[in-house]
Design a protein around this ligand. Structure first.
Ligand code: SAM
Ligand code: SF4
Length: 328
């Protein structure tokens, strides 16, 4: 089991498989994806991904989240899922997606055997969605959720970044409330995080998730605790609703105390935190099957460098320019 010097264990990996994205979310890639001329390394290859996952399985990891960029833009996306599901020993394989063409992809996603899908939807208002992401694609995403449900897919989560004055009003909260009343979907607001690129946006739109917490308390939602490989979300249930609400508040005190994940960037760097500068390339040890023990040793040694906190509250975003790079 992977363990750091603060006693935290890491059963969960977030792996970015590409930096490329087709959306232009204002807080992430407002000008769309731009090729990084300072780093011409290719994105991880299928064989490298397989070796990586095998290694983490042996180190006690039971869940991998595939993210990006937009993971589904990779041509071999379904092959990656298949290899992780069938040849790596990982128990749970889940993805985070912007839901692009979800209506058309729903069937293939269900058939791929994925254990869960997180879909990012910043607003249920079509115009607001379009303004935030640069794409008028809300209807196809909502249809995609319907299709997933019609096919019996169970583990659907929806995430929205909480943006002051954009999707943070009582009316917005009520529209999500209506959505999860009869939809078995977990909806979570994520507090906007500052990154190297988005300081002006952050200053303009960041708001504490306490406004949503207050709404939940006022409306008699009940706080719930979760299991070992669960995410960082504070979850709320209400017996009258099929879905749940959640809050991911990275600026809250103690957020990092329950950290249970490590990250792999699309170019094969191990990152010990979404922020900060700690992490190294492990790619040279992903080239042959017989490097497995050396790779395990390297990862285990890195654990001592994981810091206690992300230090985001000090405005220290480390080398994280935007979350499409490290995989949010
Ligand atoms: N493209 C996919 C998507 O949007 O779901 C996966 C990658 S995206 C970086 C993963 C998650 O990070 C999304 O839910 C997105 O809204 C969130 N995110 C991106 N930048 C963020 C920021 N600065 N603060 C908070 N969340 C952010
Ligand atoms: Fe793309 Fe996701 Fe970033 Fe939006 S948040 S620009 S969908 S990577």
């Amino acid at each position: 089991m992977l363990r750091d010097s603060f006693g935290r264990t890491f059963p969960y990996i977030r792996m970015s498989i590409t930096d490329v994205c087709n959306f232009k979310c204002g807080y992430c890639l407002p000008n769309g994806y731009q090729i990084d001329k300072s780093d011409n390394r290719k994105f991880l290859h299928l064989d490298e991904i397989k070796r990586l996952a095998k290694c983490f399985t042996e180190l006690g990891v039971c869940k991998i989240r595939i993210t990006g960029g937009e993971p589904t833009v990779r041509k071999d996306f379904f092959e990656i899922v298949k290899v992780l599901k069938n040849e790596s020993g990982i128990r749970k394989v889940v993805i985070t997606t912007n839901g692009y063409h979800l209506d058309q992809k729903a069937k293939a996603l269900v058939e791929s055997g994925l254990n869960g899908i997180n879909i990012s939807i910043d607003s249920l208002n079509r115009e607001t969605f379009k303004n935030v992401t640069g794409h008028d694609r809300l209807p196809e995403i909502l249809k995609g959720i319907n299709n997933l449900q019609d096919l019996g897919f169970k583990n659907i989560k929806v995430n929205a970044v909480l943006l002051n004055g954009i999707n943070s009003s009582e009316k917005d909260f009520q529209s999500w409330s209506k959505f999860i009343k009869d939809n078995k979907v977990d909806f979570r607001y994520i507090e906007l995080m500052q990154t190297g690129d988005n300081l002006d946006y952050f200053k303009k739109y960041h708001v504490s998730a306490n406004i949503f917490k207050n709404y939940l308390n006022k409306n008699k939602w009940i706080h719930q605790t979760l299991g070992r490989d669960a995410g960082p979300s504070l979850n709320y249930i209400n017996p009258e609703y099929k879905g749940k609400f959640g809050i991911i508040a990275p600026y809250s005190k103690d957020f990092c105390k329950t950290c249970n994940r490590l990250r792999i960037t699309s170019r094969g760097d191990l990152r010990l935190c979404l922020f900060g500068n700690t992490g190294i390339s492990i790619r040279h040890l992903l080239q042959k099957d017989d490097q497995l023990n050396e790779l395990k040793d390297l990862i285990l040694k890195q654990m001592q460098f994981k810091k206690e906190s992300h230090y985001l509250e000090l405005g220290d975003t480390g080398s994280t320019k935007n979350l499409s790079k490290t995989g949010g």
